[in-house]
Every structure is written in structure tokens, then in C-alpha cells.
Design a protein around this ligand. Sequence first.
Ligand code: GLY
Length: 369
Amino acid sequence: MSTPHQVNVALGERSYPIHIGAGLLAQAGALIAPLIKGSRALVIADATVAKHHGTTLTASLNSAGIAHALVTFPAGEPSKSLSTADLLWQACAANHIDRSGAIIAFGGGVSGDLAGFVAAAWMRGINFIQIPTTLLAMVDSSVGGKTGVNSAAGKNLIGAFKQPRCVVIDPRLVSTMDGREYRAGLAEVLKYGVIKDPNFFAWQEAHAEALATGDPTAVAYAVAESCRIKAWYVGEDETEQGVRAHLNYGHTFGHALERETKYTRYLHGEAVGIGMRMAANLAQRLGLLKDATLVARQHALLQRYQLPLAHTTDHKSALAETLTKHCLLDKKVAAGRMRFVLPTAMGMVETHEIIDGAAVASAFASAFE
Ligand code: GLY
């Protein structure tokens, strides 16, 4: 079966398709059935997604003859925990999901990360399918196999690489998303243009209002292009030994802001948007950015996507220093060197280890107001 947009993630025997098309949720069963060959499936969905779209998915699985059960968990980041995973493993047992069974993640990033982790560990790994329902999950977290839960040790420190057998994306589902959450997903779409594809960035400039208002044709194209770029990185560097880290553009600064504001002030994409401004500023400050227009073009597109552009604080320099110190103490930092993904031109980024704390602090302060 061919779908309006199809992208392949090339991983040898573990390669998989990403099917993208308006209304595709109703065909999910037919797309999945050949992959799971008559085995039982457990659909793991957050309660809100199940309420909005559960009936369509269930009808589609039934008409394709897929025996399944649907389990829900409360929507929201706190559910991305070992205790929820444990409840889901119990649901696997209660629903007789054996080694030939499958888990279907249905929802946003939390559902995908949690259900993927459950699938990776249950009976040492069973089939896994992603059906993302938020823009962020469609363009990022459902593709590439990063799964996991949060713990007292930190966010996303416990997890596994678990590639899905396929990803089924119905871009129409974003129409039921909260507007702010939808726009936060656009920050990741913008990111793909800056890190890899000047034409995609220019296309976004030409269609920014259509995207910001969720025009279905524009959304479908943006999702397909984002998946194409993400698939390339995953195919090149599945376990992030090198180039996949480019997908973290804006994330080091963004994570620092999210942590500082205790994950309550910004949605992830919003913090990444501000973080991309900081990263471009750092690149400029270090003389790495050759394209003088990038900073203004990135800023203008973030603005047209109605994303926050700056972090408001009364203590600019003190906060910049604190956040720089936090970056240095980050568990992922090696030997006092902070790693940042920095743009050198539109569509090109490089990873740099920075030891100049003052430059990093100034980059933080550049997006404070
Ligand atoms: N979200 C970045 C990655 O999947 O590598």
C-alpha cells in the first residue's frame, strides 16, 4: 500500500517506513497488519488521545483483523515514569502479549517514549509501532528509536534504542491539539531547515502563516520534509556517535532554560526556539557563522510561528553565569568542555566543544530581556 508521502528509515534489516497522509489513521490497521502477522497488540495511549481518536484507531485495527486491547495512562510528563511502565508491563501480561506480540504507541512524545521503552524491555523486546498524534512527535520523537522514562536521576536518563517497525502519521490529528503546544512543535520543524536544508527553510518562510494556522496541506508537507531529514540522520548515525547530535541544535541552551524554570514555564519546543537564538549568537560571537542573514531570518520565522523569542529575567548576567555553570556540571559534559551545535551557514551546523565560559554566558544573555 502506498501512502501520499512515504519516507524510509534506512537501517539495513531493521529499515522501516514512515507513512504520512491525511486521514491515514483510518488505514492504520491495514498498514500494520502485514508487519505483525496475526499477533496480539497492546495499544498504549494517553487518556486524552484515546478519548479523541481511540475509536477510529480501534475500528481500523478491528477491520484489519488485529486482535488488540487499549490501555490508557494519564496525559502528561509525570506519566513518563518507571511506575507507569510497570503498570503497562502488568497490562502486557494481563492481555497475553507474548514474544510475537506488538505494542502500538498512540499519542505524543510521552506515549511514544514510554510505550517504546515498555516494548524494548517486555520479553527482551517485542514489535513496536508508532502512531504519533502531536506535531512534535510526528516530526521528531516517533522517528529514530529513542525511548525511555524519567527518574530521580534526571530526565531521559533511563532508556533504550528501540526502532519501530513502522510509523503511521495522520497530520490531520494536529487539528485537535492545543494551539500553544502545536506551535512549540514548529520550532523543531524550523530547526531542520537551519541544520540541513536551506530550501526547506525558504519554503517555511513562504508558508509561515499557513503553518502557524495549521493549514492541512502545509502541515503534511512540513511533516514529510522533517521526517525525511530526521530519517537521514538516523540512517547515518543510529546511536548518536556523531552527526545525529546535530539534531540537538538549540537543545543545550534550551534544556538549561527548561531545568532552570523547573519545566513549568516553557514547552520543550519553546525553550528550543530560544535556545536556537542563543546558539546562533554563540556561533556569531566565535566567528563561526559565515552567513550574516541567518540570525535575522531565524528570528523572523520564530516570530511568525508566534514562539517566545526571549526569556524574561531581572537578573540577566547572574542568571547567564548560573546557567553556564549548570551546563558545565551537566552529566553529559566531558572534562569541563561544553558541547554545542552551532550554525556556520543556513543548512549547515557543526558540533564544537567550548571552553570559553564567558562567550557561553553572553550567548545566554543575548536572548534575555
Ligand atoms: N530528538 C533528537 C534525536 O532523536 O536524536
